[in-house]
Design a protein around this ligand. Structure first.
Ligand code: 6R9
Length: 650
């Protein structure tokens, strides 16, 4: 099986010189584990400090005394690291290459230009009354102003909460309320695949709900010129505010442990959590990982296809690249527009040297055959990366062979919103690749595999993936609910960080992520809690009860399968099925739309009323054998009826 396949880093790649050789990786990794304080004190010099720190690490993973602090007496500013310190050497270097949805549109923005715009916008925010510590919600398309807004927030010390532009007004309102934002930055409309997305109208609708009522100021970037409703007391055009705003601005000195941003992510229960990252540790970690895992060179043109609304967009589209003085491509569009050759065309147009994308995009491209990809030369590429979900060896091999012409190493990078940056990946030049394996830990990362009782397994094994010691980029809290942070990550097993993922370790100490072990789905690399989709479904008047599980999906990795029990007086129909899908899209956003709905006269429950998801997952996957012991169910006949329904394709 694929485990036996080892693909060494190609000789031509090594010949060009790499940041880490196999020996250096081994030595530095050993040092980082033996003496984390010394390792990170040195590594933290990848960023500029306004006040040097004297303390490195102050951590306890013990749930009763949980604390996580890094570089706690140091001070720095993220925007100053991403912009000001680059000006002397790289003022005229391109910081952001913006590629529009329309292939005829693109822009190069130099470090000097970006610095100027960020300083101006920082002054604009201050003039609007924003102070250090205020939370700012950003609901933007993939346009340079999204980067300007994020960097300006970090410049004045106002934590941002970026909400993905695909989320509904209700989802947006919930996130605005949770972090108590009074300022929202948005655009008139977004543009994706030739279609306009009504961002300003969504903001208006969010503010109309009780949850969004606290918003006092909306700053709107004109992107499409589409018509929008306007409230003169509340709404301001970005370009009006920027006209005449001073480009002089001194970045705020932030304590290393001051909040940097909040990013909402789905958990296994309840509403999304506001993952809180702080300033110093996060910046050190993304700056360090970005340079090493992409084996960064000065002339690289780096392209990460993630949206800024996800953590990958924060850490590796924006902060990691800019803190390293790299050129980063920001792509407004989608891989299939105008057609499936777009990815290769963008690579060629901007001579991208590194492409970092998600398995779902790779599988979608692969389904189109080699043709669209081979329509481009892609000769500028030297390295490929994958992120967001497990990559199946078939997709890995195709990515390597077709997109990378068998020339570019592929790094499969495993991490989470919570981890801030990558924890497990093969450093190019240092670690041989195995298709489908995220492979080996980054410096300072101590993974372990526990059985369900919390006993650590040794050697080759499979179980729950945990991290036994802290790293600087780790999240510090759930915004507004620290207890939830402690309960979610530090109570399942004592004294370790529980990732929620399962993993296998092979005889070469390579890690293979097997997917979530909790009720979190991963749909096209997007996290989605089953509980969130269920509560959206039951908020529809026809629905009495719903149970949602993931099922294997060729392109998305996992699809959303919903079992729905209707209220008395409502009958199953194709129209109702469509209405429910539309309802979930409106409640949460298109990414949460169920792929399949099965009408369920009843759901399999234990006598204590717990839904047996294990059985529902099997039925959804068409695995009718081995449904396991159903004798503990309150009504075992429910299972037969669901199986019959699935076989009939209901
Ligand atoms: C960065 C990001 C985190 C979850 C994570 C895991 C899955 C991410 C992966 C991967 C296998 C990889 N995941 N990268 N699984 N191999 N290389 O995606 O963050 O949106 O928080 O999702 O995604 O299940 O727990 P986030």
């Amino acid at each position: 099986m694929s485990e036996a396949t080892v693909i060494p880093v190609p000789a031509h790649y090594l010949a060009a010189g790499t940041r880490n050789t196999a020996d250096e990786y081994a030595t530095r990794y050993a040092e980082s584990i033996a003496n984390p304080d010394a390792f990170w004190a040195k590594e933290a010099q990848v960023v500029d400090w306004m006040t040097p720190f004297t303390q490195v690490k102050d951590v306890s993973f013990n749930a009763d005394d949980l604390h996580i602090k890094w570089f706690a007496d140091g001070a720095l500013n993220v925007a100053a690291n991403c912009l000001d310190r680059q000006l002397a050497k790289r003022g005229d270097k391109t910081a952001i290459i913006w590629e529009g949805d329309n292939p005829a549109e693109s822009r190069h923005i130099s470090y000097r230009e970006l610095h100027k715009e960020v300083c101006q916008f920082a002054n604009v925010l201050t003039a609007k009354g924003v102070k250090k510590g205020d939370r700012i919600t950003i609901y933007m398309p993939m346009i340079p102003e999204a980067a300007v807004a994020m960097l300006a927030c970090t410049r004045i010390g106002a934590p941002h909460s970026v909400v993905f532009g695909g989320f509904s007004p209700d989802s947006l309102a919930g996130r605005i309320e949770d972090c108590g934002s009074t300022v929202v930055i948005t655009a008139d409309e977004g543009l994706r695949g030739g279609k306009a997305i009504p961002l300003k109208a969504n903001v208006d609708n969010a503010i109309r709900t009780p949850a969004g009522a606290g918003v006092e100021t909306v700053i709107v970037v004109r992107r499409t010129g589409g018509s929008v409703n306007w409230d003169n007391n509340r709404d301001f055009w970005y370009h009006d505010l920027m006209t005449g705003a001073s480009a002089e601005h001194t970045a705020e000195a932030m304590n290393a442990e001051d909040p940097l941003f909040i990013l909402y992510t789905s958990g296994s229960t309840g509403k999304p959590k506001g993952v809180l990252h702080t300033t110093g540790g996060y910046l050190v970690y993304v700056t360090s990982t970005f340079a090493n895992m992409f084996d960064l060179r000065e002339d690289d043109v780096f392209w990460c296809t993630a949206d800024v609304g996800w953590v990958t967009g924060h850490s590796y589209l924006l902060y990691g690249p800019l803190a390293n003085g790299a050129t980063t491509i920001m792509f407004e569009g989608v891989p299939q527009y105008p057609d499936w050759s777009r990815i290769g065309q963008v690579v060629d147009k901007h001579s991208a040297t590194i492409l970092y994308t998600a398995p779902t995009a790779i599988r979608a491209l692969m389904r189109e055959g080699d043709g669209p990809t081979l329509a481009s030369s892609r000769k500028s590429l030297r390295l490929l990366g994958s992120v967001g979900e497990p990559i199946n060896p078939e997709a890995w091999n195709w990515y390597h062979r077709v997109v990378g012409d068998s020339r570019c190493p592929v790094i499969d990078t495993w991490w989470q919103t919570e981890t801030g940056g990558v924890l497990i990946t093969p450093l190019p030049g240092a670690v041989d690749m195995k298709p489908g394996s995220a492979s080996r830990p980054y410096f300072g990362i101590k993974p372990a595999i526990l059985d369900n009782e919390g006993v650590e397994l040794t050697g080759a094994c499979e179980g729950n993936l945990v991290i036994t010691d802290s790293w600087p980029g780790q999240m510090r809290s759930v915004y507004g609910d620290h207890q939830r942070f402690v309960d979610t990550y530090f109570k399942t097993f004592n004294g370790v960080y529980t990732t929620g993922d399962g993993a296998r370790r092979d005889a070469d100490d390579y890690y293979w992520i097997t997917g979530r072990v909790d009720d979190v789905l991963n749909v096209s690399g997007h996290r989605m809690g089953t509980a969130e989709v269920e509560s959206a479904l039951v908020s529809h008047k026809a629905v009495a009860e719903a149970a949602v599980v993931g099922f294997p999906h060729d392109i998305k990795g996992q699809g959303i399968f919903a079992y729905v029990t209707l209220q008395e007086g409502h009958e199953p129909s194709d129209e109702l099925c469509k209405a429910l899908v539309t309802h979930v899209r409106a409640e949460i956003g298109p990414i949460a739309a169920p792929d399949q709905i099965q009408w369920a006269p009843g759901l399999p429950k234990t006598r204590s009323g717990k839904i047996m998801r294990r059985i529902l997952r099997k039925i959804a996957a068409n695995e009718f054998d081995g449904l396991g012991d159903t004798s503990t169910l309150a009504d075992p006949s429910v299972v037969d009826s669901l199986v019959r329904g699935r076989q009939a394709g209901s």
